[in-house]
Structure formats: C-alpha cells, structure tokens
Design a protein around this ligand. Sequence first.
Ligand SMILES: [Zn+2]
Ligand SMILES: [Zn+2]
Length: 460
Amino acid sequence: MEITFAGAAREVTGSCHLLHVNGHTVALDCGMFQGKRSESEAKNRTLPVTISEIDSVVLSHAHIDHSGRLPFLVAQGYTKTIWSTAATRDLCAVMLMDSAHIQEKDAEFLAKREKDFVEPLYGMRHAVRTMELMVGVPYNKPFDVVPGVQATYVDAGHILGSASVILDCTENGVTKRLVFSGDIGRSGLAIIRDPVCPAGADAVIMESTYGNRDHESVDGARAHLAEVIRNTAARGGRVLIPAFAVGRTQELLYSLNSLLREGAIPSIPVYVDSPLAIDTTTVFEMHPEAFDQSEDMVKKVKELFDFPLLHFTRDVEESKAINVAKGPMIVIAASGMMEAGRILHHLANGASDPRNTILVVGFQAEHTLGRRIVEKQPVLKIFGDEIPLRASVEVINGYSAHADRGELTAWINTVKSGSPKLGPVWLVHGEPDVQDEFKTSLSAKGYSVECPEPHTRVAF
Ligand SMILES: [Zn+2]
Ligand SMILES: [Zn+2]
C-alpha cells in the first residue's frame, strides 16, 4: 500500500493524493493549483499519472483547489466514477461550470495577448461530462471504491458537503486504515455540522493550512463583524467583503440575518454581487440534511439566507450600479483571494476612500492582491492602475472555514486516541514554514510527522 503526493504537497492548492492498493490507483481529490499564473498554469496541465492508471476518484469537498481539475481529467479521457457526498456533487454542478467558463475566458484573453490559439484547460462540455461521472453517497455509509478499498465519508465541518475520508485498504490479507482529513473545519461554525473526527487510523494524510496560528473564537468573530459594520456605517462608508462564493458568503448572510434580528447592526443595504454566490446559496437551500439542526436559527427560521434590504445582483449592469449608489452599505463579492471577480471593481472604486472598510474573512495566499491588502501596502495595483489604500483594513479570522492550530491538534489527538499504533502523519495543504512549525509541535507530542515534497511516493 502506497501513496503519491501529487498536489498540495508543501503548498496549499492543487490537492491530489494517489492511493495505490492491490494494483489499483485511487485519486483522493483532483484540485486546481492557484497562485502565480506562470507556475500554476504548467502544474495544472501536467497529469500525475496517465489517465488509464486512475481507477477511481474520491473527492473530499467542492472547493476548486480540491475539485477544479476533475474536468481536466475528463478532457484527458477519464471515464470512471467520481465519488462525493450528495451536497458536494450539487455544489460541483455550479462550481465546475463556473470554473470552465473562467478557463475559456482566460484562454481567450491569453490568445489575444499571444496572438496565437491557446487551448483552455477544459471547457463547458468537460464540466458537464464530469457531472455525469459523479456519484453522491451519504455520510457514514461505507462504499466500495476499487477491490480492496472501502471508503466512508464523515463530516469535516468545513463547507456544505465537506468530508474527511476513512479508507479501509486490504492488500495480501492485511487491512490498514488510512484517514484523509480533507479540509478540517471548526466546531460552532454557522449552518453546517461540526467536524466528526475519525477515531483510529494506521496512517493519516492531514491538512495543515493554519498549523501555526490560532483564530479568534466563532462568537468573537460575530461580535467583531457587528463592530466593523457599526463603525463603518457611522462614517457613512461601505464594508467591502471579498468572500469565497461557497461557504463564507452563506455564513456571512446567516450572521448578518441574525445580527439584524437582534438589532446589533443598523439596517443598511447588503449586496451579494456574485452570480456564483447566488447559485451556491440555492444549493445550500437544497441540502437541509447537511445543516446543524441543533442551531436555533436553523430550527426556527425558514428563510436563512434572506432578509429585508438584501439584494442579489446577477447581471453586470446591476453590479456597476452599486458603485454609484450612496450611503453606507455592505458589499459581499467574489473572489476569495481578490485575484479576479467582481470584487476587483469594488476595490478599484472603494479602496482609496477612508470612510470604507475592506473586511478580509478568508485565507489570502502569497502573491495575491488579498495578501497585499492584509499587509496594508500603501498602493494597490488593480486593473493596471495604481490605487492608494486609504480604506481601513480589518481581518476576521474567526470566519475561517479551517481549523486553527489548537483545533488541528485536537483532531489528530482524537484520531490517535482510537489507535495506539498510529503510524505516519503526512502533513499536506500548508505553506512550508507553517508546516515546519506544526510538524515541530506535533513531533514534540510524540507523533511521527512528515511533510512530503511533491511527487514523493511512500509506503504504509
Ligand atoms: Zn476547502
Ligand atoms: Zn483546500
């Protein structure tokens, strides 16, 4: 039994690990590499193995850094099953189509610049074909992936439909349990259920995005959000929130809904300026089975993602109209790391106004505009123009969908509690310095930790 770390090894994006058991190969995730275009472009176009070698794909969740290269696999000739939870499948229906659209637009743009034809990574038809291969399975119900590998999804508490995967692998009469964490969420996040930690494993592939850092509490984040909105509204400014369309946006809407109900924030217009966020909100409404039924709002309120003064703007004209509107308001727009999407014109238009606040609620990778804003660099480059950054910048990490150092440590402690003979813990999905720090901290607690370099093949 072996594993090849084909993506998200010593970096955060491009999640993909190949599990080799019994002469079969199973891909755990097949995500897009993001970041510097010149580097990620080449990585995204390189397959870890030939298509014919991959016998099955098991997807942990719908985020593009985990699912985004599935249509590329299909474009290269993959025709076998792609497993996911039901909600992940439905989110992918929206997200992979959106990603295909971006790939096509990108290729068009590059072709114009290079004055030559550029093949998109994949197109709409590949995203559609991918959906035909996706099979949704329930949580906590084992399913056969290939002969010798049985998988079970458990709640990862990260985004709707997200899962950690328990893989029971049998080869030559020996059965071993591998746990792939996927992205681990946080307890107490709105809407979705808390992570369920699988107790017991022989080996673990574990994410480490925030392995060196502690977040503010979920309640603290909510209070901080209310304070930022009250202060900005009092100045007559706008709160500009770049947010991942999936997860963060719905969580923010849920928080704003409850803060308004309590009278903790003034009634000012809220614009959700992202067609993708609007579509994914619809998918959320389709999957109440994945909601945390112990939450008061989930139990009592029918319209979780709707309230007076909330506007969803789908077309570009409506989006542009927000820029000329007057008075305090909240604008939630894609995308996560502020590298593309409608948030760019809101930033181009609003970053120089000291009344405004840019509220960062998600992880901002190196070399992105988002990271430069978090670092409060005095001048931003947006659409080729230099924009002075005079708006205040606030960071709320409590809205992170990722577990922090303490929560990750608690997670692995629970895995260990069920298996005194826990073997290697391979850290993936983290920046190198963060991983090194987390490795040191876990090693000191007696874990056998490794941070595999890309394309390393290990046995377990
Ligand atoms: Zn994720
Ligand atoms: Zn991820």
